[in-house]
Design a protein. Structure first.
Length: 393
């Protein structure tokens, strides 16, 4: 796909037209009506200068009038549609909504029936932000929730999106990034995804993550598993392996450690599972703790809170070498999606077993466990959480 210059500016109205009123995949996402903008009372133009064509109706007067968005058979109200969320690019809240309409089937597939934490930026990426785990009290009645338990022992009800309207409703709240658990609502204690996070450390970059991903691809093949890669929206890569929901978080985390250790054996100068940053060096870190309870990864198609409005882009394995993380953003992803659709759509058709991965783990049993995140209670067999340099003193 064509790459965009870091200095390129895309007018918000142009993106809104493409995402909400385009023909092909974009305008049809989620069963939405085509629309080129939002019209207030009296036929006023929206903030970007585009007249309403029927898909997004104004509910007030003036350029900041709320609009109603048709999404999958429901109507969702979007307030302050012209609020600028990404000043560097000029993207507005309505542009974010238009983007999620354009990739509707893909984002719903990634979130479907999963307890989801919302990363909210009500005033855009330059304003304050927060993570919302508990379902808002004013959530729609049609939006389901799941009761989940945190490592602390406390619990909460989290939203579980099952349709595009839920995504648009969350975007109206300023949610840019969706963080779904690797579980479904019906089995909240048993992951159905093994997520492998390849995180480049200082001195490394996306190209290093790609090389690690290719070796991971070969390892997964040997284990009888299949992975689906995506960009993180930054320099890293995520690889998802759909699994049978038979194991606990502790067991699936153990599988992630086993894969990470084997990968680091094969690429000792390029890959590490060292939890402490001072021990990682200039290598790609396999963040095994992304499989710990209550640790989540930005979903496929999520917008990331970065100045260029990059997104987490699903890829095919043969695309990794030619892709660049900045290729995929709020402006470019709708066209890619319209052309290729959701390249991870078939992931839901698979569920693998982890028996051969646990054989790897048994081989490494003498190595013991690795540290958990600091917000987790101390686990049986877990090594000290004291930073090595401090422990020596």
């Amino acid at each position: 796909m064509p790459r965009t210059s870091p200095d390129e500016r895309v007018r918000p109205s142009a993106l809104t037209v493409a995402a909400m009123g385009g023909t092909g995949g974009a305008g049809a996402a989620g069963g939405t009506k085509g629309a080129s903008g939002a019209k207030g009372a009296g036929g006023a133009k929206d903030a970007g200068g585009a007249k309403d064509t029927g898909g997004a109706k104004g509910t007030g007067s003036g350029k900041a009038a709320a609009v109603e968005i048709a999404a999958g058979g429901r109507t969702v109200r979007v307030s302050h549609p012209d609020k600028v969320y990404f000043p560097e690019r000029g993207f507005t809240k309505l542009d974010v909504v238009g983007y999620y309409l354009a990739v509707g089937d893909g984002i719903v597939r990634a979130l479907h029936d999963r307890p989801t934490t919302l990363e909210r930026y009500p005033d855009g990426v330059t304003g304050e932000s927060f993570f919302q785990k508990r379902a808002p009290k004013n959530k729609p009645d049609w939006l389901p929730t799941a009761h989940i338990t945190f490592p602390s022992g406390r619990s909460a009800d989290e939203i579980c999106p099952t349709e595009l309207a839920a995504v648009i409703w969350a975007a109206n709240l300023g949610c840019l990034t969706f963080h779904p658990w690797p579980v479904r609502r019906g089995r909240p204690d048993h992951p159905d995804e093994l997520r492998i996070d390849l995180d480049p450390q200082p001195g490394t970059d996306y190209g290093d993550a790609v090389r690690a991903a290719h070796e991971l691809h070969a390892l997964l093949d040997e284990l009888g598993l299949r992975g689906w890669p995506k960009t993180s929206g930054g320099r890293g890569l995520h690889v998802y392996v759909p699994i049978e929901p038979r194991w606990t978080f502790t067991e699936v985390r153990r599988a992630a450690i086993a894969i990470g250790r084997e990968l680091s054996r094969r690429m000792p100068d390029e890959v590490t599972t060292a939890w402490w940053k001072e021990e990682r060096g200039t290598r790609v870190f396999v963040d095994y703790n992304q499989m710990a309870r209550d640790r989540t990864i930005a979903s496929a198609y999520s917008v990331r809170p970065r100045p260029r409005a990059t997104v987490s882009a699903p890829l095919r394995w043969d695309e990794l070498d030619d892709a660049e993380p900045f290729d995929f953003d709020l402006a470019t992803m709708p066209a890619r999606y319209a052309e290729r659709g959701d390249v991870h759509a078939d992931m839901a058709d698979h569920a693998f077993g982890l028996e051969r991965v646990f054989e790897l783990a048994e081989r490494d049993a003498e190595l013991g466990d690795l540290p958990y995140p600091p917000d987790h209670p101390k686990m049986p067999g877990e090594p000290s959480r004291v930073q090595p340099s401090r422990a020596r003193h």
